[in-house]
Design a protein around this ligand. Structure first.
Ligand code: 15L
Length: 269
């Protein structure tokens, strides 16, 4: 039976996935930075800062597939991003190498490409255009995952997660929503598919207004069933919380934050 580890189990997506994967009979080890309360007697748990190789060893011993949800998941000052999303991720991939983990599911983000304008429809081969240090760390993470596949044979699924929330709540979500049932299906595909090699996929539902294509992933057998359009009428009645800059870029508020207006940029020679 496939042994699966889930890091970041105390985070928003980890909290959603952990009980559901257990209920489906997945042989799961869950880990957070701090000790977790067991959801059932004898649940396999680990914890600790993943920059420490001993904690990584406890997380990965005997594991086939790591669902790596740990790390900083929003924009933060650069030193925090460097520690958690670069140093921490490197420690995890080195651990995967020590323990011959077959596959890592790396939670990348749409913010790695968030400076593309909302009028663009992007394929997976689009240029990286990070909208924040957070997005930049996800671009680096995808590069690290590629390195460990090419050089060390560790498979990775880099999932560029859109807006993984229970239901869309603002206009941007009509394009970026990753419904939680689709997220669960996506993770199940990542666990079950025999060989994937290195694959990048959009973590997105089958949204009519998606910025990204394809919304599914043939290599994983992922075929999203949810569509944010179902909520469109309700959302279109509400004001858009983003200002004109935020509305212009796919990354929304991440693109807006710390944005230098054109009249304050360097002048042409
Ligand atoms: C992300 O990557 C973040 O982790 C999440 O908090 C949201 O901001 C999401 O992207 C989004 O773009 O909606």
């Amino acid at each position: 039976m496939t042994k699966v580890a889930l890091s970041g189990a105390e985070g928003q997506l980890g909290q959603f996935l952990r009980p559901r994967l257990l209920a489906q009979g997945v042989d799961l080890r869950s880990a957070g930075r701090h000790a977790l309360e067991p959801l059932r007697p004898g649940e396999d748990l680990a914890h600790g800062d993943l920059r420490d190789p001993e904690n990584v060893d406890r997380l990965l011993r005997g594991v086939d597939v790591l669902i790596h949800m740990a790390g900083t998941s929003v924009e933060r000052p650069l030193p925090e991003i460097l520690d958690n999303n670069l140093v921490g991720l490197h420690a995890v991939y080195e651990g995967a190498r020590r323990h011959r983990v077959k596959r890592v599911v790396f939670a990348s983000s749409n913010h790695a490409i968030g400076m593309h304008e909302v009028t663009e429809r992007l394929g997976l081969d689009c240029d990286f255009r990070p909208d924040s240090f957070y997005g930049l760390s996800k671009m680096w993470g995808e590069g690290l995952a590629r390195l460990y596949w090419d050089k060390h044979g560790i498979e990775s699924v880099c999932v560029r997660i859109g807006s993984a929330v229970e239901r869309p709540t603002e206009l941007r979500h009509l394009s970026t929503w990753f419904g939680l049932e689709d997220l669960l299906q996506f993770i199940q595909c990542c666990i079950r598919t025999p060989d994937v090699g290195f694959v990048t996929a959009w973590g997105v539902s089958n949204n009519t207004r998606s910025y990204w294509t394809p919304t599914g992933c043939a290599r994983l057998g992922y075929a999203p069933k949810q569509n944010a359009e179902e909520f469109a009428a309700e959302i279109l009645r509400q004001p858009n919380p983003l200002d004109t800059i935020g509305q212009r870029y796919q990354g929304g508020s991440y693109a807006r934050a710390d944005y230098t207006p054109h009249d304050q940029r360097p002048r042409d020679g």
